[in-house]
Design a protein around this ligand. Structure first.
Ligand code: 5GP
Length: 112
């Protein structure tokens, strides 16, 4: 059974794409928590960050370098936040690894 994000990757479900390459996609979040709220999603359906292992190191490196490409393109390179919710207790709702990229406002610390 496909995850929600696999369905988006396969265009079974529509989404607002902002980036795509061989390894990942980036889409606008359907329920944005900031003026810019992008989800960067690997095409490989890894459930959560803690399921990654050594064989994912190139993919993880690619994802984080892609964050930089996207924030530069959107001109939010000086102020943005990345967030990964790992597991239910951390607020993860979609069990297909994704990086939240938030920008366009000030962010407080600590997060809730
Ligand atoms: P999580 O809570 O798993 O870290 O984040 C899941 C994110 O996916 C949430 O921010 C939620 O708004 C977003 N989301 C859920 N369903 C959809 C959808 O169908 N399309 C898009 N673009 N985002 C979604």
């Amino acid at each position: 059974m496909k995850t929600l994000f696999e369905k988006i990757i396969d265009r079974d479900i529509p989404a607002d794409f902002v980036y795509e390459d061989d390894l990942c996609i980036a889409i606008n979040d359907i329920n944005p928590q900031a003026p810019i709220h992008i989800l960067l999603i690997p095409k490989k359906p890894i459930e959560k960050l803690s399921d990654c292992d050594d064989c994912d190191k190139d993919l993880l490196s690619h994802l984080f370098l892609t964050v930089g490409k996207i924030t530069k393109k959107l001109d939010i390179n000086n102020t943005f936040r990345v967030n990964i919710n790992n597991g239910k207790g951390a607020g993860q709702e979609v069990f297909h690894l994704h990086i939240h990229i938030l920008g366009g406002r000030k962010f407080n610390w600590p997060p809730g």
